[in-house]
Design a protein around this ligand. Structure first.
Ligand code: BMA
Length: 373
C-alpha cells in the first residue's frame, strides 16, 4: 500500500492551503479502491469532518425498521428526518456472519446490510464495517470473556483454528458480494478487533498477550488481503478511549504502519463530562501527533452519549473538542429504542443536532457526494 500512498498523502497535505472547493480527480486505475478512499478521506478532511451513524437506515429510536421487517420503511433514517440529509458515513456490523446466520447480532438481515451498504456508496457516502464475532471457543457472544485462551485457540495450531478459518471464509464471502452493478468492489473502512485495549471482548487487553493479538490481526488481514485479494478494504485500528496513551503502550498492540491506514478511537461518555473531555482531549492530542508522524488518518470510529441525557452534548461537549483535531469523521452509535446515540425528531436533542448540521466543518452526505469514487 504504502509508499505511493504516503507520497499521495504528502502531496495532499501540501495542497491543503488551496481553496476550499474540491475538484473531481481523474481516477487512475493503478490505485486500489482503498488507496482511492484514503485519498478521498484526506481531501475531505481539509473541509471538515464527516458525520457518521451506525445502522442509520435500518431502524430508529421510534421505528423498529428491520426488526419488524417492514419494507415500507426503506430509505428512512432518523438523521434524515432531523436535518434533511443522510450522514456522510454509515456503519454496519458483521456479527453473526461467521455462523452463517441470516441476521446479524442486532437482528439486521445481511441482505439489508448488503443492499444499504452498496446504496450508501452509490449515493456518494462512505461506509464502514465492524465485526462482533461470537466466541469461537465457548460459543458465547463477543462479550464472553470468561476464558483467556480464546485467541490462542484460533491461531495456527490451536484447537479452534480450523473453525475460525471457516468463519473468516464467511466474512470473505460476504465482502466479495459488496460490489456495484458494474462489478466494482465498494471501498470500505474495515475495523476488526476494535476496543482491544479494554477487556470486554474476547480479544481484549487481559484476554490475550500482545503477540497473540498481533497474530489475530495478521491472520485475518493476511487472509482477506493476500488470500482473497481484497484491495477495497481500508484498515482501521480502533482502540477505545484511553485517556493516558504513551507511545510505548500504544505500540504494544498496534499492528504496524504497513497494516493500518486509519487510526480510530471509540469514545463514549460513560462517566462525568469533565472526565470525558479530558480523556478525549489527551487521546486526540496523542493520536493526531502519532498520525502526523506516521502519515495516518484519524477518526472517532464510534462515539456518543447514551440516550442523549444531555440534549446539548453534541455542540457543547463533543464539537469543541473535535474542532481542534484533524479527524476525518465521527460515528454516532446506533439508534435503537433502548439505547440511542443519534438524534430523532421527537427528542429534545434534535435542536442541538440541527445546530451541529449548520456548522460548516461538519459534513453530511450532500457535502461529500461529489467526491464519490
Ligand atoms: C453495542 C450495543 C449492543 C450491540 C452491539 C453491536 O455497543 O449497541 O446492543 O449489539 O453494540 O452493534
Amino acid at each position: 500500500m504504502k509508499r505511493l500512498f504516503f507520497l499521495l498523502l504528502a502531496a495532499l497535505m501540501m495542497a491543503a492551503c488551496g481553496p476550499k472547493t474540491v475538484e473531481k480527480k481523474t481516477v487512475s486505475t493503478d490505485r486500489s479502491q482503498s488507496e482511492l478512499l484514503a485519498e478521498r478521506l484526506q481531501t475531505l478532511q481539509q473541509q471538515g469532518y464527516m458525520m457518521g451513524h451506525q445502522d442509520d437506515p435500518m431502524y430508529g429510536v421510534s421505528w423498529p425498521g428491520t426488526y419488524a421487517g417492514d419494507s415500507a420503511e426503506l430509505g428512512r433514517s432518523d438523521v434524515l428526518a432531523v436535518v434533511g440529509d443522510y450522514p456522510a458515513v454509515m456503519g454496519f456490523d458483521l456479527g453473526g456472519i461467521e455462523m452463517g446466520d441470516a441476521k446479524n447480532l442486532d437482528s439486521v438481515p445481511f441482505t439489508r446490510i448488503h443492499d444499504e451498504l452498496i446504496a450508501h456508496h452509490e449515493r456518494g457516502g462512505i461506509v464502514t464495517l465492524s465485526w462482533h464475532p461470537r466466541n469461537p471457543l465457548t460459543g458465547g457472544t463477543a462479550w464472553d470473556v470468561a476464558d483467556t485462551t480464546v485467541v490462542r485457540s484460533i491461531l495456527p495450531g490451536g484447537s479452534q483454528h480450523e473453525k475460525f478459518q471457516t468463519w473468516m471464509t464467511r466474512v470473505g464471502d460476504f465482502i466479495a458480494t459488496l460490489t456495484t452493478d458494474d462489478g466494482q468492489p465498494v471501498p470500505i473502512i474495515f475495523r476488526p478487533w476494535h476496543e482491544n485495549n479494554g477487556s470486554w471482548f474476547w480479544w481484549g487487553q487481559k484476554l490475550c498477550t500482545d503477540d497473540e493479538f498481533r497474530g489475530l490481526w495478521n491472520m485475518l488481514q493476511d487472509y482477506l488481503v493476500q488470500e482473497r485479494g481484497f484491495s477495497n478494504l481500508l484498515w482501521s485500528y480502533s482502540p477505545n478511549l484511553d485517556g493516558g496513551w504513551t507511545e510505548e503502550r500504544f505500540m504494544q498492540r498496534y499492528p504496524g504502519n504497513d497494516r493500518v491506514t486509519l487510526i480510530g478511537e471509540d469514545a463514549y461518555q460513560w462517566g462525568t463530562e469533565e472526565d470525558f473531555k479530558s480523556a478525549l482531549t489527551a487521546d486526540l492530542t496523542f493520536l493526531s501527533d502519532f498520525a502526523k508522524k506516521n502519515q495516518k488518518l484519524i477518526a472517532m470510529t464510534e462515539c456518543g452519549l447514551k440516550n442523549m441525557t444531555d440534549s446539548t452534548w453534541w455542540t457543547r461537549v463533543l464539537q469543541p473538542i473535535m474542532d481542534k483535531y484533524p479527524i476525518c469523521y465521527f460515528l454516532l452509535w446506533r439508534n435503537y429504542k433502548e439505547e440511542y446515540f443519534g438524534p430523532s425528531p421527537e427528542l429534545p436533542c434534535a435542536a442541538d443536532f440541527r445546530k451541529l448540521y449548520q456548522s460548516k466543518n461538519v459534513l453530511f452526505l450532500q457535502e461529500v457526494k461529489s467526491e464519490k469514487l
